[in-house]
Design a protein around this ligand. Structure first.
Ligand code: MN
Ligand code: MN
Length: 294
């Protein structure tokens, strides 16, 4: 990895860490998710970072991919996952944590989730086998009342790519491929439920997938803006509303139908039980490992 790339990841990680501290002091029960999103996203910009993706604020059995719409009235309650991403010159730091908004109902699950992530971080070294990550997570979770969500995984990070191709399973596996000179995110999710998510309805989050000609001029304007501003990083409808675009719903619909944009469905735990998540981003370099978001 080149020096510039490493420095961008490090800077993105430092900002993510600061913003995480801010988020922990900000979030209180009964706040509107919309206010939380606007404040945390604003803080990322204030610290000089680009938004790597819309702030994910997923409640209870929703495991991921919920971001408020522009007039969202949803209130924070129960178990909230805050998943935030900072980009510097396109290089992304991705981190997430869980907030218990009850009087301690989810304390045990969140603590075990943190322990599982810590155990995975502790085995990281240049040239390690991918299976060591999932194995060390499952070592912690096995024998408890909780399950890891098997169809949610860690991943590699790339320039303007939140998922850059490599899948890092959170459960026991036999992947002997070695990793080195790469940026990754490790993110175990726990639940008392079945340990699987399914795809719910379309979320507010989209990503550029292919570049093609569009006939409709409003859709064409929106597409031009997306390419320039977000490149291949995920974005949300709320951001386009703020920019004052016209016919946003229509445009996103035809761009998605034409395969130009991808929509991320909301991911929901199969037995509808609450889900926790903890995530950090890491550089696995040739000679050392750096947890950039800590
Ligand atoms: Mn994340
Ligand atoms: Mn991630």
């Amino acid at each position: 990895m080149e020096k510039h790339e490493i420095e961008c990841y490090q800077k993105a990680g430092r900002i993510a860490k600061e913003v995480k501290g801010y988020a922990l002091s900000l979030v209180k029960p009964e706040m509107k998710l919309l206010d939380i999103a606007e404040k945390i996203e604003g803080k990322i910009a204030e610290f000089g970072g680009d938004l790597a993706f819309p702030l994910n604020l997923s409640l209870n059995e929703i495991a991921a991919h919920y971001t408020p719409c522009f007039d969202d009235e949803t209130i924070a309650e129960g178990l909230l996952k805050i998943d935030l991403g900072v980009a510097i010159d396109g290089y992304i730091a991705d981190c997430a944590f869980s907030v218990d908004l009850t009087d301690g109902e989810f304390k045990e699950m969140i603590e075990l989730n943190k322990k599982a992530l810590d155990n995975a971080l502790a085995v990281l070294k240049p040239g390690m086998e991918i299976r060591e990550i999932g194995n060390s997570i499952q070592d912690v979770v096995e024998g408890s009342e909780f399950s890891v969500i098997k169809n949610l995984s860690g991943h590699s990070l790339g320039k303007n790519r939140i998922h850059a191709g490599l899948t890092l399973s959170n459960y026991r596996n036999d992947n002997k491929n070695k990793i080195k000179d790469i940026a990754i995110a490790i993110e175990p999710f726990l639940t008392r439920g079945e340990g699987k998510v399914y795809e719910g309805k379309e979320s507010e989050i989209f990503m550029l997938e292919a570049d093609r000609n569009v006939r409709d001029s409003d859709a064409r304007n929106i597409l031009k803006f997306i390419k320039e501003k977000y490149s291949t990083r995920p974005f949300c409808k709320r951001w386009l509303v703020k920019e004052g675009f016209k016919r946003i719903d229509f445009s996103l619909k035809i761009l998605t139908q034409q395969g130009i944009l991808h929509n991320f469905p909301v991911l929901i735990e199969k037995s509808k039980r609450p889900v926790s998540q903890e995530e950090e981003s890491i550089l696995v370099l040739d000679d050392r490992v750096e947890i950039i978001t800590r």
